[in-house]
Design a protein around this ligand. Structure first.
Ligand SMILES: [Zn+2]
Length: 99
């Protein structure tokens, strides 16, 4: 079981949240101007790290707000959560190693 820390409500059980995929993906402003290749890249390709990953979550059974958090994909350790538009300290390459 994961305890996710909603920036507005505090720590809650994972079952109250909906996963929203990788964070910090910029939506194209004018999708019709994108090439098929660029559009395919935007729609289908995401990072799949073995290490820390920035993710979007929505507190579906709480405040219903979106936020970001940084979670280790192997250990499920959560470094912290932050509101959209806020920055979070980057993870050093050494810290992102899984071994
Ligand atoms: Zn909340």
């Amino acid at each position: 079981m994961l305890l996710l820390d909603c920036p507005w409500c505090g720590k809650r059980d994972q079952t109250e949240f909906s996963y929203g995929g990788e964070a910090h993906i910029d939506r194209p402003i004018k999708p019709v101007e994108k090439s098929d290749s660029d559009w395919g890249q935007y729609v289908f390709f995401r990072a799949n790290p073995k290490g820390y990953h920035r993710e979007r979550w929505m507190h579906a059974q709480g405040c219903r707000r979106w936020f970001n958090l940084m979670r280790h994909t192997v250990t499920n350790e959560i470094k912290g959560s932050y509101k959209p538009g806020e920055t979070f300290p980057p993870v050093s390459p050494k810290e992102n190693q899984n071994d």
